[in-house]
Design a protein around this ligand. Structure first.
Ligand SMILES: *Cc1c(COP(=O)(O)O)cnc(C)c1O
Length: 418
């Protein structure tokens, strides 16, 4: 290592990072994950790592529950109850009651359901407010829902302008607790209170928050929430999502329009008319994707043992460290808020040539990702990331920038997924 780079990387030394690792209360979780050698994985906010126990559990479900027990597993292996059981396991991670959460479908589909339910709960109001910079699927779904209801419209604003737009026509507001691009964390209780004071319902997308920090849906009085399980929860690619509905809305029972048989009170009566299940079950639509749920179940075994306060403390320490080590680097602007109260568990760095710089880093084994137009995104997952790795990743970034190796033509070719 060159002395020059070390000096520019701020005051923290690699030895100090090793000392932090030695007393890290979460360090034991690292061996629960199967990460390849030579990789520093800073993309667990996009696709979480593989828990070592997941392949065996999936094999067991395939070969034993499916292959040997066949259809008997619907009752005997608990398949039918599984969306509720997994919901109960996710509830403590999002500050919800066990009866308010169910695992099913995908985030986009679940958003469709809760937005539609919100519109039905606010008859006469026709505006859905979303964040213009939100993960676009949320906006596309809001457009789709608005298109189905006479006079309804989806309006995009920035969260800081929300108050000006909270008029008597707003039925619901949907916002991400943590911004997928910048890593900014929004004030869940404060915003929820303001939205509700204007008579609207508050829907939180917690995709980039669940497993990254303690989420307090109940204490914040949120109306609805949706989230995915393949990011910080490590449920596996395309693993099923979850949805949360505050209990007060379940008693009366808002209806959601994807009224499939799994949301029926008596699915095996095969009646021609729809009679919704009481409670959160009416938000189910279809047969659960049991192989994906098996992988999620295994990762939730880990989460059951995790202290979320320790996750938050380490997440802030790791992101503080990465910011301190990278903020002076050539051409880099730190976009993620410095204030702890406004930061999730990722750091976004702006660089005019962010795409090829990230590709050059990946070739060196440091996996982050890129979000157009110019943001390099690095996720920090306290269960399987060490302080030393963060130091090494920052050093690799410094070397990539200093050497100019990212200018090689191969780093500018784009795949279908960035
Ligand atoms: C990852 C993510 C999604 C993913 O949606 P899917 O329907 O599960 O593909 C949606 N919203 C946000 C904010 C996300 O970060």
């Amino acid at each position: 290592m060159s002395a020059g780079t070390g000096a520019r990387m701020g005051a923290t030394t690699r030895e100090e990072c090793a000392a932090l690792d030695a007393v890290d209360p979460l360090a034991a979780f690292r061996k629960e994950f199967a990460l390849p050698d030579g990789v520093i994985y800073l993309d667990g906010n996009s696709l979480g790592a593989l828990p070592v126990r997941t392949p065996e559990r999936v094999r067991q479900v395939v070969e034993e529950e499916w292959g040997r027990e066949l259809i008997r597993s619907w009752n005997d292996a608990g398949w039918f109850e599984q969306p509720y059981r997994l919901g109960r396991r996710i509830a403590p991670l999002i500050g919800a009651d066990p009866a308010e959460v169910v695992v099913c479908d995908t985030t986009s589909v679940n958003l469709f359901k809760v937005l539609s339910a919100a519109l039905r709960l606010r008859p006469g109001r026709r505006t859905l407010l979303g964040d213009a910079e939100a993960f676009p699927t949320d906006l596309y779904i809001a457009e789709g829902v608005a298109g189905l209801v006479e006079g309804a419209r989806s309006v995009l604003v920035r969260p800081e302008e929300l108050d000006r737009h909270l008029d008597g026509d707003v039925a619901a507001v949907v916002l991400s607790h943590v911004d997928y691009r910048t890593g900014e964390l929004l004030d869940m209780p404060g915003i929820t209170a303001r939205v509700q004071a204007a008579g609207a319902l508050m829907i939180w997308d917690v995709c980039h928050a669940v497993g990254a920090l303690p989420v307090e849906l109940g204490a914040s009085n949120a109306d609805f929430a949706i989230g995915c399980t393949y990011k910080y929860l490590n449920g596996g690619p395309g693993s099923p999502a979850f949805l949360y509905v505050a209990e007060r809305h379940l008693a009366a029972g808002p209806l959601q329009p994807l009224s499939g048989w799994f949301g029926h009170a008596r699915p095996f009566a095969f009646e021609p008319g729809y009679d919704p299940k009481p409670g959160i079950g009416r938000f189910l639509t279809s047969s659960p994707s049991l192989l994906g749920q098996a992988a999620l179940d295994t990762s939730l075994d880990l989460w059951e043992r995790v202290d979320l306060a320790a996750v938050r403390a380490k997440s802030l320490a790791l992101t503080d460290l990465f910011i301190a080590l990278t903020e002076g680097l050539d051409g880099i602007e730190v976009v993620t808020p410095r204030e702890h109260a406004r930061r999730g568990s990722q750091v976004a760095l702006r660089h005019a040539d962010g795409y090829p710089v990230v590709q050059a880093l990946i070739e060196r084994g440091v996996i982050g990702d890129f979000r157009a137009p110019d943001l390099m995104r690095f996720g920090f997952t306290p269960l399987y990331l060490s302080y030393t790795e963060v130091w090494d990743a920052a050093r690799q970034l410094a070397e990539v920038l200093e050497s100019g190796e990212w200018r090689a033509e191969r780093f500018s070719r784009r795949g279908a997924v960035t």
